[in-house]
Design a binder for this molecule. Structure first.
Ligand SMILES: [Zn+2]
Length: 314
């Protein structure tokens, strides 16, 4: 037990690591942090937030996603008793750090609770109060990128630059592409009334992303290092967003992966390379081979898409 405690990082050590990485006073940061990658910190994940707050200071702003668990639009009746409000916000599904951040008195959450961000610091009130239902899902982050020079701080986990959803969405709209996908959302109480809100979820392929992320990282990298035990990298989000828009505008098909079982890439986009029928036939024949398990999954996804999928632009 004693030995385990010795291995814990102190908050001061985390502050030093963040400073060494290049985080400084007045920064606006969008976080994607794996607490597990950092390793244990004295007093747990809350110490990471405290360390970051100290390093960015009173003029700094910290942003993270707080996306909740959602339900399929057409099946909302089954979830009619699950209703959230500004005093009963949905639990984030985005990890230990956002979940704990929400408990801090200085943390604020978007008005748009169907697509919320948590913000701490100087611009928290401005960003969260103005992120209302009529704004786009990523409005808050886009505002931080364009007006506050927001940088992405990633520690551990998969490659990530934070701007890909925005760029992908923009180019789908610009080029008139669409995606047939399931619509999700949740119920909220507002002014004493219960209402369903759709979540504006943009889905790009995570496997496809790995094929081009290196180019985006090298176009936007500001610094890299370690925070605790976790590999850490800071990217300039204005640069990553601009690079992604250029790449997607030039050839949107770079976002597609090569996996024959990826329903998103094979059939869901207007620029996908297969029809539902071709996808179905391949998976159907796979039922009688050693690929049976994958085929069952894939057919399940296809069935869901055919039942509940709605073509959405952007
Ligand atoms: Zn894919």
């Amino acid at each position: 037990m004693k030995q385990m405690e010795q291995e814990k990082h102190t908050q001061r050590k985390i502050e030093e690591d963040l400073e060494k990485l290049g985080v400084s006073k007045g920064d606006t940061l969008f976080l994607r942090v794996s607490y597990k990658a950092i390793g244990s910190i004295e007093n747990g994940p809350i110490s990471f937030i405290k360390a970051l707050e100290r390093v960015v200071g009173n003029d700094g702003t910290i942003i993270m996603t707080a996306f909740p668990h959602k339900h399929i639009r057409q099946l909302r009746w089954f979830h009619r008793n699950e209703v959230y409000s500004s005093t009963n916000v949905p639990k984030p599904t985005t990890g230990a750090i956002p979940t704990l951040a929400l408990t801090l008195p200085e943390a604020r959450i978007s008005q748009k609770l169907e697509f919320p961000f948590i913000v701490i610091g100087k611009y928290s009130e401005y960003l969260t109060k103005n992120h209302t239902h009529n704004k786009s899902g990523y409005w808050l982050l886009q505002e931080a990128i364009e007006d506050l020079g927001c940088k992405c701080l990633r520690i551990g986990g998969e490659p990530f630059v934070g701007s890909t959803h925005i760029a992908f969405d923009d180019i789908l709209k610009e080029k008139g592409y669409y995606q047939t996908k399931l619509k999700y959302g949740l119920f909220l109480y507002e002014d004493g009334k219960k209402k369903w809100y759709d979540t504006p979820n943009t889905v790009f392929c995570r496997t496809g992303f790995k094929q081009y992320v290196d180019d985006i990282v090298s176009a936007s990298k500001l610094s890299e290092g370690f925070v605790g035990n976790g590999y850490a990298i800071i990217t300039d989000m204005k640069k990553s967003l601009s690079k992604e828009r250029d790449m997607f505008r030039k050839d949107i098909k770079i976002t597609l992966c090569n996996n024959p079982n990826c329903l998103d890439c094979r059939t869901s986009f207007s620029f996908s390379d297969e029809t539902n029928w071709i996808f179905f036939k391949r998976q159907f024949f796979n039922l009688f081979s050693n690929k049976r398990k994958t085929a069952i999954h894939s057919l399940g996804f296809l069935f869901n898409k055919l039942m509940f999928g709605i073509p959405v632009q952007g």
